[in-house]
Structure formats: C-alpha cells, structure tokens
Design a binder for this molecule. Structure first.
Ligand SMILES: Nc1nc2c(ncn2[C@@H]2O[C@H](COP(=O)(O)OP(=O)(O)OP(=O)(O)O)[C@@H](O)[C@H]2O)c(=O)[nH]1
Ligand SMILES: [Mg+2]
Length: 326
C-alpha cells in the first residue's frame, strides 16, 4: 500500500475516533440536560421564548445530528429521538451530517426547538450550485464515503461527473466508491466493456463496483463496504439511489420513480436529502439526483489534490474515457 494511502487511512481512523468522542460528549450532555429538564418540569414554562443571549452556555445545550432538511425545518437526531428544529437566525444554513447544539422550546407549536450552534465540520462534499457555480452548495458534511452512484444505461454513465466527484472527494480526503447500477440491462459483451472501463480507475487505487438493484447482483459486497460508515449517495436522477436504499433498508421507505422514455433521464423523484440508519450499522444519505456537478473552489491553492489520489486524475469530462497523470 502506498504511504500516502496509509497516512490517509490513519487520518481517517483518527477522525472517526474524534467524531465518536464528540458523539459521546453529546450523549453525556444530553443526559445532564434531561436531568435538568426533569427537575424543571414542576415549574411553569414562561409563555415567551427566552432571548438567545440569555440561553444556558452552549456546552450544556443538548446536541445531535442533522439528518433531514425540509425548507426551514431541520430534523435533528438526538438520543435516538428525531426533533424538528428551526435554525437560529445568527447561523449560516446547516447541511445534512452537521453536528449541532440545540435548545428545546416547548412553547413552539410546530417544532421542538432551535439549533443554536454548528460544530466545526471535519469535511464536506460540495459543488458549484446549479444556478450559479460561484456559489457553494454543500451536499453533506462529516462523511466517511462518497458513493458515486451511476447507472450503465437509462440514464447512461456520466464519466465526466464521476471524474469531477473523484477530484472533489480527493480534495476533502473522503473515500470515494464508484458504483455502476442496472447491469441487468447489459449484454455480456457490454458488461465486459464496462469492467474494463472501471479497471482504469481501479489501477489508480479507486474502488469500483458493478451492481444491479433489480437482480441484487453485487449488493452484498456494496452493503459490506457501507457497513459502519457515514456515506452519501450522489449521482444523476434515475440511477437507482432510492431503489438501493429501499433494498438496503428492507422496506419501501423512500419514493422511487421511473425514468422518462422520451429522454432516458430520471424525473427528479427525490426532492430533499435524508439520512437513514443502515441495518448492519452506519448511516447513508439519499440525495436528489443532480443534472450537473461543477467543481467548487477552483482557486490555485485548491488545485493540488489533498486526497489519497493526489495529482493522478487529469481527464475530467470526456465521455467514456479517463486520463491519468503517469
Ligand atoms: N433495470 C433496472 N432498473 C432499476 C434498477 N435500480 C433502479 N431501477 C429503476 O430506475 C428507476 C429510478 O429509480 P430511483 O431509485 O427512483 O432513482 P433515483 O436515483 O433515486 O432518482 P432521483 O430520486 O430522481 O434522483 C426506477 O424505475 C427503478 O425501478 C436496476 O438495478 N435495474
Ligand atoms: Mg431518489
């Protein structure tokens, strides 16, 4: 194994320990807060919201994990409970995967509380927004794996998007996993051609899998790679991200939709990102399909890839072909 890879793995392990400690601290604080709440239950709540400045110190606020975002509401997983929160107007928007502190506000009628701080992110997966690529859109934070989820047909594999996502994952030192779905639609010869296309990536140290959610080919191996990790599923609409999720969860929880016959493209069935707990351990985020993935932060300093695949990938948008620096 290359030494740069070893150091990335070491770093990832250290990150995971660090995150585990943060979660343990959050659990401890939550228990302390629950004790306080029990003691306060006998007192009547004030009808007005407390001023934010008069809150308890942030260290004793309960903490949790942002697992869903619906417009102005954030679902925070805390102590195995899902709480609906609004965001303090003093904060920038949260993203899925953010670790946050919040305060419970029993006087609010349509939600449980308010997020009052966001912990520093250990990494983030961003793109240039589809409307304006000079504006950053963070798709997820505090991640172990980016699952670049494409289909081989219906819709066709977008190699340029795969390459740009690999570059982005490398910059943030997040492990990428290329998954090509719907291999049940390929002839044997087409499967072979796809395998050899992926070999180019594997030779450079990237992991790649061919799967079929429909026939469940390759799904066991994919599930094993996701086990115990925080992963995000990203790719074009219609590639089968939500179908995979339903298969992994063992029930049809997430809405899926057919690919358009006219355009061979997905219909953007999933409209908001949502994090799910995997049966074998770990979490996975289903995201809405994306039309474009433009690299975020093209400044010269960020051109040097910081990830395990430093400087190797050079071709970023050619259809069906990739190029690597020797
Ligand atoms: N043939 C075949 N079809 C599949 C497979 N996986 C998913 N599909 C179909 O592909 C279509 C799109 O699936 P979805 O799971 O909704 O795709 P998605 O990536 O979540 O799409 P968005 O939510 O729009 O991003 C559905 O009709 C699925 O039944 C597969 O392995 N083989
Ligand atoms: Mg979907």
């Amino acid at each position: 194994m290359r030494s740069s890879e070893e150091s990335i793995i070491r770093q990832e392990r250290a990150n995971r320990v660090c995150r585990q400690r943060k979660l343990e601290n959050i659990d401890r604080r939550n228990r302390e807060l629950a004790q306080k709440e029990r003691a306060q239950k006998k007192l009547k709540y004030k009808s007005k919201l407390p001023e934010e400045d008069s809150e308890m110190d942030v260290d004793v606020q309960p903490g949790g994990w942002v697992i869903r975002i619906d417009r102005e509401f954030y679902t925070v997983l805390s102590d195995n409970k899902k709480l609906k929160c609004i965001l303090s107007p003093k904060l920038p928007p949260c993203v899925i995967g953010d670790l946050v502190h919040f305060r419970l506000i029993p006087t609010l009628s349509d939600c449980d509380g308010q997020i009052v701080s966001i912990l520093p992110r250990r990494n983030k997966f961003s793109r240039g927004s589809s409307g304006n690529e000079h504006v950053e859109q963070v798709l997820g934070a505090n991640l172990d794996t980016i699952v670049i989820f494409m289909s081989c047909k219906s819709p066709e594999t977008n190699w340029g998007m795969i390459n740009r996502m690999l570059v982005t994952a490398g910059r943030e030192s997040i492990s990428p996993l290329i998954v090509i779905n719907k291999i049940d639609l390929l002839t044997d010869a087409e499967k072979e051609a796809m395998r050899s296309a992926l070999k180019k990536y594997e030779k450079q140290g990237y992991e790649a899998l061919l799967v079929s959610v429909a026939s469940e080919a390759g799904i066991e191996e994919l599930e094993a790679r996701l086990c115990g990790k925080v992963s995000i599923l990203v790719g074009m609409s219609g590639t089968g991200k939500s179908s995979l999720l339903n298969l992994l969860l063992g029930e049809s929880i997430v809405k899926t939709g057919p690919v358009s016959d006219a355009t061979n493209k997905g219909r953007h069935t999933t409209t908001s990102s949502l994090m799910h707990r995997l049966r074998g351990g770990g979490f996975i985020i289903d995201t809405p399909g994306i039309r474009t993935f433009s690299l975020w932060d093209m400044s010269s300093g960020s051109q040097a890839h910081r990830g395990p695949h430093r400087g190797q990938l050079t071709g970023v948008s050619s259809q069906g072909s990739v190029s690597f620096a020797v």
